[in-house]
Design a protein around this ligand. Structure first.
Ligand SMILES: [Zn+2]
Length: 186
């Protein structure tokens, strides 16, 4: 059975910024996406947060000009590192947090990179031990560039392109998770 939205909110601890603390007004009305970490003895912690605007017809001018906002001074980090703790031969990589959630829920543990230009050299290391790293690229120019970059970085990368104009979430929403899983079996 597919997990409910409630289950996903619980698992990934997604939140909504209703009443921001002083100094965080720019995140008002945005979805809050915590970068959860788990470690023995320490337990759960949050490495950083990203925020996504939920307003329809928003020009995003009121919150630093983007649909997504990061914490000031925070470098890009890997989203959903819990996928790295699963004992699997293969792993997925997406651009963006939601596509990582969608692919993980569809059955392929998947980490997210916060944007096609957010790749960092040290993200390579934890991916080298896998048989395949499925790189789910958006069906646009930035997606193609992201795929080309990861092919150079990772000897075990397999590009899994989404159809033109689609990303993992829109594909699964329209055609179901099997549409995504089939693309990894070529
Ligand atoms: Zn906005």
């Amino acid at each position: 059975m597919a997990p409910s939205v409630r289950d996903l909110v619980d698992k990934y601890r997604l939140g909504f910024v209703d009443d921001p603390l002083p100094g965080h007004e720019q995140y008002q009305g945005m979805l809050a996406i915590p970068y959860l970490r788990w470690a023995p003895r320490i337990g759960w912690s949050v490495a950083t947060m990203r925020f996504r605007c939920l307003l329809a017809n928003c020009d995003h001018g009121g919150h630093r000009g983007g649909k997504y906002a990061s914490m000031p001074e925070h470098p890009p980090r890997i989203y959903n590192t819990l996928a790295l703790l699963d004992d699997t031969d293969d792993i997925g990589v997406t651009e963006g947090e939601f596509d990582a959630i969608t692919a993980s829920v569809s059955g392929i543990p998947t980490i997210g990179i916060p944007g096609a230009d957010a790749w960092r050299k040290h993200f390579r290391e934890p991916l080298l031990g896998y048989r395949h790293v499925y790189v789910f690229t958006d069906g646009d120019r930035a997606g193609n560039a992201f795929g080309e970059l990861l092919i150079k970085e990772l000897p075990n990368a397999l590009i899994v392109p989404m159809p033109t104009g689609e990303d993992v979430s829109s594909l699964v929403l329209k055609h179901g998770k099997h549409a995504l899983l089939e693309r990894t079996r070529t």
